[in-house]
Design a protein around this ligand. Structure first.
Ligand code: IPM
Ligand code: MN
Length: 354
């Protein structure tokens, strides 16, 4: 296959982990005979520093004209600590999601047998965890207008807004996953308080009528936060709004033992984006210590979701499993013998090359 990948390393540890993702992609391409062209572009704080815009038009054009986007991370403490900053790196991420129409963020949560003991949750509760969260990504309180401050600066407001079509398309996508997995859909909301959540619930109920074989339930988000710890094995596919999904997936990510292991795919109207769910981890930037596995697993998702190349994805997953079994891991997964980001990347690359 001939493919073009837009590479957006971004901020913090972004460049280091993306290097490993690119390395693995190249190894797969050689092994399976694909011709892949990579082109890098600016995003986030790095883009603000260089061209004054966290998602420059050039980056957008490149993403639009590529077969997939491989994305690192965004964020810089210099902006986190300055609430008055006019331009923020995160605006670049939101602009990318909006402009590419990436309405669904797919975050699979699976445990790795060799890491069960590293989970903060009891072994018997995490053993069979295997679920997917579909987070709505281009609506809700992240994008609702108005957002701002009163003139005297003493009041601030955000708007949580959803249109029916936004709920319909992600619920339908979630159902397509459920049908493939053949189990259960949990719609997470706060319908006892929020109007937007009542729209979600009503819409999901209407759609569900078309799928009598579907096993669908509803769960309030506060309860879901608790159930994720108390009984994570009960979930199969969860679908939820933007902000609930943001919070619940950070929580879900540590069930596996490290946030550095959770990949994601953002899919929608134009090119899909593949990125680790962890952030830019600025404290580790440049130290070659960050876990590259979430990025490498995002590369696996890219082959599977964007290119429909499943053997390729499978080999990447196998390599990741083997590196974990061997204890060839970064310091967030303590084994007493931590490897660097690039050492783990090299190990996986070598495994793939065979
Ligand atoms: C994520 C991140 C982003 C979000 C931030 C960096 C804006 O936390 O992708 O989950 O909140 O969506
Ligand atoms: Mn988040």
């Amino acid at each position: 296959m001939k493919l073009k990948i837009a590479v957006l390393p971004g901020d913090g540890i972004g460049p280091e982990i993306i290097d490993q993702g690119v390395k693995v992609t190249k190894a797969i391409a050689e092994r399976f005979g694909h011709e892949i062209e990579f082109e890098e572009a600016l995003v986030g704080a790095t883009a603000i520093d260089k061209v004054g815009d966290p998602f420059p038009e050039e980056t957008f054009e490149l993403c639009k004209n590529s077969d997939a986007v491989l994305f690192g991370a965004i964020g810089d403490p210099k902006y986190d600590n300055d609430p008055k900053a006019k331009v923020r790196p995160e605006q670049g991420l939101l602009a990318m999601r909006k402009k590419l129409g990436l309405y669904a963020n797919v975050r699979p949560v699976t445990t790795f047998p060799s890491l069960i003991d590293k989970s903060p949750i009891k072994k018997e509760l995490v053993e069979n965890v295997d679920f997917v969260v579909l987070r709505e990504l281009t609506g809700g309180i992240y994008f609702g207008e108005p957002q701002g401050r009163s003139e005297d600066g003493k009041t601030a407001y955000d708007t949580n807004m959803y249109h029916k079509y936004e709920v319909e398309r992600i619920v339908k996508l979630a159902i397509s996953y459920v049908l493939k997995r053949n189990k259960k859909l949990t719609v997470v909301d706060k319908a006892n308080v929020l109007a937007t959540s009542r729209l979600w619930r009503e819409t999901a109920q209407e759609i569900a009528k078309e799928y009598p074989e579907l096993n669908m339930d509803f769960m309030f988000v506060d309860n879901a936060a608790m159930q994720l710890i108390q009984n994570p094995g009960q979930f199969d596919v969860m679908v939820t709004e933007n902000m609930f999904g943001d919070i619940l997936t950070d929580e879900a990510s540590v069930i596996t033992g490290s946030m550095g292991l959770l990949p994601s795919a953002s899919i929608g109207l134009l090119t899909s984006v593949f990125e680790p769910i962890h952030g830019s981890y600025p404290q580790a930037a440049g130290k070659n210590i960050a876990n590259p596995l979430a990025t490498i697993l995002s590369v696996a998702m890219m082959f599977e979701y964007a290119f429909d190349l499943h053997e390729e994805g499978k080999l990447i997953r196998e390599a990741v499993d083997k590196s974990l079994e061997e204890g060839y891991v970064t310091e967030d997964l303590p084994t007493g013998n931590s490897r660097s980001t690039s050492e783990v990347g090299d190990w996986i690359e070598k495994y793939i090359r065979g």
